[in-house]
Design a binder for this molecule. Structure first.
Ligand SMILES: Nc1ncnc2c1ncn2[C@@H]1O[C@H](COP(=O)(O)OP(=O)(O)OP(=O)(O)O)[C@@H](O)[C@H]1O
Length: 298
């Protein structure tokens, strides 16, 4: 039997939830390892937020089990080391940013000093707004404060439901860096985001939900397949085509499995009279894969 610290950050098994006659989540199982970033993708209404809420004990599952950081999620201690940024939230508009953090630190029952609170606000780009009332914050600033609330108690697991929906491009890039630094510190992250590029850049693994079920899941390499090489060529004779085999070609762009040695392949082609206009690595994007998975299922 493993100890609490070597168990995964999240272990969820066969979660199920119905709202009246509508099945929102239908047998979803997954794990998030320590220090791993799991991305949750799927169309509107797929059940992503429902999974998160059940996981955190905010909605009671009809069936299924969850362990958070080695403890059943029904045990209040399981949530002590969990930071959560909800999808829709509003803080007390009369409080300052620092007071909101203070309140959440008190609710979490942990001791976090003034310096740590200041550092957390500066981490999310709100250092100079600590004393300002939240009621006067823009949507993006509220979202940054939400992130600070999720991070202030130094959690081992962070659950972020659409953390960047209101952020400008610079803010999104900041959050990406923040997620990567959490990962470096061994913090596990569950990220629900419609921003596929963001998920592709920071996540170790991705779970795609559709109609309440897991439509696909795996590492990016597993989901996106092997990398390939795209060559824009002309004057490709039969001999050169044999060197490229097997390939797919469209309008002079040849796609082959990534060779062990790209310069040798290019030299070989040139030696056979081929004109090489461009050579670039290629892989299906996560967006293409997501659409493919959702179309297969519908
Ligand atoms: N409190 C509720 N009462 C009734 N139905 C609900 C409730 N919460 C969620 N649902 C339904 O459950 C399904 C899944 O909703 P959920 O919010 O989990 O989806 P989502 O994948 O997070 O969607 P989005 O990307 O739009 O945020 C939807 O059909 C939704 O209408």
């Amino acid at each position: 039997m493993g100890t609490v610290t070597d168990s995964p950050a999240v272990w969820a098994s066969h979660l199920r939830k119905r709202y009246k006659r509508r099945t929102a989540v239908d047998g979803v199982s997954f794990t998030v390892g320590r220090g791993e970033v799991l991305g949750l993708l799927g169309p509107n209404g797929a059940g992503k937020t429902s999974v998160i809420k059940m996981m955190l004990g905010l909605v009671r599952p009809d069936a299924g089990e969850v362990m958070l950081l080695g403890r059943p999620h029904t045990d209040p201690r399981s949530r002590e080391r969990v930071g959560y940024l909800p999808e829709l939230f509003r803080y007390q508009p009369w409080l300052s940013a620092d007071e909101v953090l203070r309140l959440h630190v008190r609710l979490a029952g942990v001791t976090i000093g003034d310096r740590d609170r200041r550092e957390t606000l500066s981490l999310v780009g709100l250092a100079d707004r600590a004393a300002d009332r939240v009621g006067g914050f823009s949507k993006g600033m509220q979202q940054r404060l939400g992130l600070a609330v999720a991070l202030v108690a130094r959690p081992d697991l962070v659950v972020l439901d659409e953390p960047t929906s209101a952020l400008d491009p610079l803010g999104r890039a900041d959050v990406r860096d923040l997620l990567l630094s959490l990962k470096d510190r061994g913090v596990a992250v569950l990220l629900n985001s419609h921003l596929i590029g963001e998920v592709e850049r920071v996540c170790d693994r991705v779970m795609i939900l559709d109609h309440g079920r897991v439509a696909a899941s795996g590492t990016l390499a597993e989901l996106l397949g092997r990398r390939s090489l795209r060559l824009t060529l002309s004057e490709v004779g039969a001999e050169a085509a044999a060197v490229l085999s097997p390939f797919t070609a469209e309008d002079g762009v040849y796609t082959v499995a990534m060779p062990a040695d790209v310069p040798t392949l290019v030299a070989d082609l040139v030696g056979r009279g081929v004109r090489v206009h461009a050579v670039e690595p290629a892989r299906m994007s996560l967006e293409e894969r997501l659409l493919e998975v959702l179309r297969e299922k519908s």
